[in-house]
Ligand binder design. Structure first.
Ligand code: ASP
Length: 438
């Protein structure tokens, strides 16, 4: 028998109807032995996620606004699920504990974690699996940073005792104090990945409400093709540039252990979804794997005659950013020029300060600022092997009358990044996608 870890997101556990689907999915494959669940998410447009309501509850408590009614809305949802599933669990005592802790001024992390906690208790009872709490197993340091190795040790030791188990996503506890700590939003994906690594799973299935990744954003490109296989590295590039389906940090634990991730759709379980795996474990004959983009960025370009002869010039420029606590995304350089590409949000109100410091420390001949740039990344292992991809991209943009403000081939050679004005973002994305798929 193999082992699969299956994580079900908020929409997959939103109500009794969704939970009946996940039961069918789990029972269809006996390898699905370790299940991680989110808190119930939205059931329909305009509905609220339980986690959001829990945060709100805590905020009300902190501001001396009565929160009992809101807590009632939350507990009513769990009671309805319990009723629909017909399971026998004592939720009332759980509700009482939460109410009491809120009254005592418990932490925000504790309250937020109760969404997953109650969800896992119900799902475990419904499936007849053991409930294994992640408190004391998913471990954090005193600064709230996840401790992956300590977590792996604690989780694998505990899970070895359980043939089949349901675990709550999103939280764990401080290794020293034992206080509950949460991951960042969407963090149940990370829990699933940590569990998959700990049980040495053959596959980490991440069940959501879409059938995997698409080669482009469907809001921009009509009917983009689905991605069947993609490497961890390509996924990282695409998700960094805005394609979101999985929490950023969810890749690392399974990647370390060489466990593939399969993104699946709870509402269309017959769809194969997307498999994310190591570079060389599948035949990649595609020109590119996907395209994604982000905006706005600001590009600051410094010109200085004979810059290439001046030792330490780039370092001085980067020290300015470091001193001001600004992170940058790219630094394309020429012999007499240097650009820094910074997410406009990261620059905030510091642009004037950056320019002043550049003047003082770099003594440039000229400085030029282009605000409002969109960065589009074309990502794929195929970019390395195929000749002329960049030419096709630039041709497509030229044909569309789109001005390229920056062009950069990443050092990993799995992406080509094009900077265009934000107003041209959608048009450019479409043009590139069409040029590379037709
Ligand atoms: N429930 C948490 C959130 O809404 C974690 C998760 O669903 O992954 O962010």
């Amino acid at each position: 028998m193999g082992i699969k870890t299956a994580k079900f997101g908020g929409s997959s556990v939103a109500d009794g109807i969704q939970l009946a689907k996940i039961k069918e999915i789990i029972e269809a494959d006996k390898d699905r032995r370790y299940i991680v669940v989110s808190a119930p998410g939205k059931r329909f447009d305009g509905d609220s996620k339980i986690t959001d309501l829990l945060f709100m509850c805590k905020a009300q408590a902190d501001h001396n606004i009565p929160y009992e009614q809101l807590l009632q809305v939350i507990t009513d949802r769990y009671s309805a699920i319990k009723y629909n599933l017909g399971v026998d669990v004592d939720l009332d005592s759980e509700y009482e504990t939460i109410l009491k802790k809120l009254g005592e001024g418990c932490s925000e992390d504790y309250i937020a974690s109760r969404g997953e906690y109650l969800s896992a208790i119900l799902v475990a009872a419904y499936l007849g699996y053991d409930f294994v709490d992640t408190e004391g197993l998913i471990l954090f340091d005193s600064k709230g940073r996840l401790l992956p190795e300590e977590t792996n040790e604690a989780l694998s030791k505990e899970l070895a005792k359980h043939e089949r188990a349901v675990l709550p996503g999103f939280y764990g506890s401080d290794i020293k104090t034992g206080d509950i700590r949460i991951l960042s939003r969407g963090g149940s994906d990370v829990t699933g990945s940590l569990v998959a690594r700990a049980v040495d799973a053959d596959m980490y299935e991440n069940w959501t409400d879409v059938s995997g990744l698409l080669m482009a954003d469907p809001r921009i490109v009509d009917n983009p093709k689905p991605i069947e296989y993609i490497s961890y590295m390509e996924l990282r590039e695409l998700s960094y540039m805005g394609a979101s389906v999985l929490h950023d940090e969810a890749v690392f634990p399974v990647r370390l252990a060489g466990i593939p991730i399969n993104i699946r759709n709870t509402n269309a379980p017959e769809d194969p979804g997307t498999i994310i795996t190591t570079e060389n474990s599948y035949e990649n004959d595609k020109l590119f794997s996907g395209i994604a983009g982000k905006q706005p960025f600001t590009v600051i370009t410094v010109y200085k005659n004979m810059m290439n002869k001046e030792v330490g010039y780039v370092r001085r420029a980067l020290t300015v950013l470091e001193d001001l606590g600004i992170s940058f995304d790219h630094i394309p350089t020429g012999i007499d020029s240097l650009s820094v590409v910074i997410e406009s949000a990261a620059l905030e109100d510091n642009l004037e300060e950056v320019l002043k410091e550049f003047e003082q420390r770099l003594h440039p001949d000229e400085i030029n600022v282009i605000p409002d740039i969109a960065m589009i990344a074309v990502v794929g292992m195929g970019l390395v092997r195929n000749i002329g991809v960049a030419a096709r991209i630039t041709q497509a943009l030229a044909d569309g009358g789109i001005n390229i403000r920056m062009l950069n081939q990443g050092t990993s050679e799995i992406n080509v990044i094009v900077g265009v004005e934000s107003k041209d973002f959608k048009k450019a994305t479409k043009a590139i996608y069409n040029a590379l798929t037709n």
